[in-house]
Design a protein around this ligand. Structure first.
Ligand code: NAI
Length: 665
């Protein structure tokens, strides 16, 4: 079968104009087809002696080349890695060795293997535009710029390459020019093809001299070491394999010739791309792209209800957060209802948060304009007739909720969507309080709402598919990442966390210190340990949940009965204000048979607790797809992205096989 022609060459006078376009794909990426046709184009350029220069330009308006196709990397074994690694290196080495000048004409995304390709050209020209971003973001997907990037970029621009590679950041065209990554920048209205041709002609004729300073890398060890230390502070000491390997490649590779440096890089990238963390990161990348656009999860062909007016019931912690996200992300009018005393403090809080966002240039609309779309009321008004969606966030009390729903249903239209932000009450238990319960579902946000990306959309027995689809549309509008699940105590994320917390408490009761247990979890990559999390949310919260589940947790019972509800809540908790464990809480820890556990045992035990709940959630069809559990844990609890979610990690480490003889994915 013929490979798809991604690269095509046209000889214009003495210049080869090479256009690349992966037909039918949104982005140009490196695939086997792309490499084959790229090498065929190089063959013809090498054959044609009259060619004095070559130009590479994308046939797509918004993307130059976005790097390696991650599907290629996701499941590769060592043999495949060697083949792909060789393909990248040999192709770019061939390009760099052409005896004629070459120019990459950049417009749109020029990332990873796209920039490494451009770096193998003699020079680069970039067009300023909204979509032009340039960078080597490989570390963000657990890889390193291993197609020459760790060698060619520092040799071109010097030490600033270290930070760019370590943080995987993107640059606009102008900034890339300032750093000497591109040699010329043109404005958005210019004709990139014409400008690139004349730039290439100028290089051929010697009219332009390219700036290629001879960088002194004698301080490379010291500079890389400092960059690593700074980075490790941001990860609380956790060494992420990709970042560390990228630094090693730069440090070692810059002490030798480019040819030898590329060899070193090739060896290092081989180890990294086969690592579990790379596969975890790539999984997270795919989970992110699947949930970035919640509308893609809606039933095909579904026409969502138009949403112009929203109501929020309850102006407490959650009601305020939900209101902020509706105001800043949509054009909807918002009515909030609460008791009179709650209204002005709520408004003042929202303004404070929005002002903070405006100061950081995170808002497109002036704060006054956003605040003008907000109405606060203490009683239902006629405006509720025009409301398209209500999010209820009143006290977590079933009798309060019942009264609220009965009143609400007498003032809104029958097709108004109604969603509860309850965290522990059953959607099916509340459904009878709502007329036309097919329009009722759970919409469980996480706190602080404007910072947490996840929302659980909870399908009750009577909830219609149209309601779920409309809530997916609402989630898209307020820029949340959705996890659709069925009604279940704790839904998905909290249900996952309860047994995990029980295990952590058990380890403490066995005589392992709080610092050790929490430390094992943070060194695994979670943002906070389970005991710190309990202290932050209020120790009585999980305690009540366990009582409700019929689980006796002796330590929590002792602590709560003594009035220790958490440092923030009652001034007394597991921790002191300086972050250390409060010694006075230690006698309240219930005792079990002593069992000293290693950090690894604690990490494995807690992961196993998560995996077992997940298995149960899948078996009971609370969630249909294991990937959604990983979405919930990554964006609802901060589970480390480089592990790809607890279920992906269990697959990668062999835990799924050990427990169930099978993998989740
Ligand atoms: P909160 O106590 O901060 O606010 C509740 C608000 O509801 C208060 O301002 C209260 O005056 C108001 N309220 C009570 N009865 C009302 C009525 N009849 N009409 C209108 N307003 C009424 O509570 P929070 O934390 O905001 O929780 C609200 C809901 O969100 C609860 O169902 C809770 O389980 C859920 N939730 C809470 C999370 C959290 O982290 N705090 C996380 C996710 C869900």
């Amino acid at each position: 079968m013929n490979s798809k022609k991604v690269f095509t060459v046209k000889i214009e006078d003495t210049i080869a104009v090479v256009t690349f376009d992966a037909v039918g794909e949104v982005m140009n990426t490196w695939t086997d087809d792309a490499f084959q046709s790229f090498n065929e184009v190089l063959d013809s350029i090498e054959r044609e002696e009259t060619i004095k220069g070559a130009l590479f330009i994308s046939g797509k308006p918004q993307t130059f080349l976005a790097g390696a196709n991650l599907k290629m990397v996701e499941y590769m074994d060592e043999k495949e890695q060697r083949r792909v690694g060789n393909l990248f290196h040999s192709s770019f080495d061939r390009l760099a060795a052409l005896p004629i000048p070459t120019v990459a004409a950049i417009n749109g995304h020029c990332l990873g293997g796209g920039l490494e390709f451009a770096l193998a050209c003699t020079a680069r020209i970039a067009q300023e535009s909204k979509t032009t971003i340039i960078g080597l973001p490989e570390v963000n997907v657990g890889l390193i710029p291993g197609a020459g990037g760790t060698q060619r970029l520092p040799r071109l621009i010097g030490y600033p390459a270290i930070d760019l590679i370590l943080t995987g950041s993107f640059l606009k065209a102008r900034k890339a020019y300032d750093l000497n990554i591109v040699d010329k920048v043109i404005d958005g209205d210019s004709d990139l093809l014409q400008e690139s041709k004349s730039f290439l002609q100028d290089i051929i004729s010697g009219k332009v001299a390219l700036s290629r300073p001879d960088h002194d890398f004698s301080r490379i060890d010291e500079i890389v070491e400092k960059a690593c230390q700074d980075f490790l502070r941001s990860t609380r000491g956790r060494e992420l394999p990709a970042q560390m390997a990228a630094m090693k490649s730069i440090r070692e590779g810059l002490k030798v010739t480019l040819k030898e440096g590329l060899k070193i890089e090739k060896e290092i990238v081989r180890h990294v791309s086969l690592s579990k963390e790379a596969k975890g990161c790539i999984n997270t990348f795919f989970l992110k792209t699947t949930t970035d656009k919640p509308k893609g999860l809606m039933t095909k062909g579904f026409e969502p209800k138009k949403l112009t007016r929203a109501a929020v019931l309850g102006f407490g912690t959650m009601g305020r957060g939900i209101t902020i996200d509706i105001l800043r992300n949509t054009n909807m009018q918002v009515i909030v209802k609460d008791i009179p005393e709650a209204l002005e403090p709520g408004k003042a809080f929202i303004r404070k948060i929005l002002d903070g966002m405006a100061a950081k240039k995170k808002l497109k609309t002036p704060v006054d304009e956003l605040m003008n779309r907000l109405t606060v009321v203490a009683d239902y008004t006629d405006d509720f007739r025009d409301v398209d969606i209500v999010v209820e966030a009143v006290f977590e009390d079933i009798t309060v909720k019942e009264q609220v729903y009965r009143e609400l249903c007498s003032v809104v239209e029958d097709d108004c969507l109604i969603a509860s932000n309850t965290s522990s009450l059953s959607i099916d238990t509340m459904a009878p309080f709502v007329t036309h319960p097919k329009r009722f579902a759970g919409l469980h946000f996480f706190s602080p709402v404007w910072m947490m990306q996840l929302v659980e959309i909870v399908r009750g027995t009577q909830t219609s598919q149209a309601t779920i689809d409309n809530l997916l549309n609402f989630a898209a509008a307020i820029r949340k990442r959705p996890l659709v699940c069925r009604d279940n105590p704790g839904f998905v994320v909290n249900a996952m966390l309860f047994p995990y917390l029980l295990n952590a408490l058990q380890y403490i009761e066995e005589g392992n210190s709080i610092d050790k247990v929490d430390g094992a979890v943070t060194s695994f990559g979670m943002p906070v340990g389970p005991i710190r999390l309990t202290d932050d949310v209020g120790i009585d919260v999980p305690y009540k949940v366990f009582v409700g589940m019929g689980v006796k947790q002796a330590t929590l019972e002792n602590v709560v009965n003594d009035g220790w509800l958490g440092l923030k809540k009652s001034g007394k908790g597991f921790f002191l204000p300086d972050g250390s464990v409060d010694p006075k809480v230690l006698p309240l820890i219930a005792k079990r048979e002593t069992k000293e556990r290693t950090v690894e045992e604690i990490q494995e035990g807690l992961l196993e607790a998560l995996v077992k709940v997940a298995r149960d959630l899948l078996d009971r069809n609370v969630v249909d797809d294991p990937r959604m559990i990983d979405v919930g844990m990554i964006w609802g609890t901060g589970f480390p992205a480089d592990r790809g979610g607890p279920l992906k990690w269990a697959d990668l480490t062999g835990l799924s096989e050990k427990l169930y003889g099978n993998t989740f994915y």
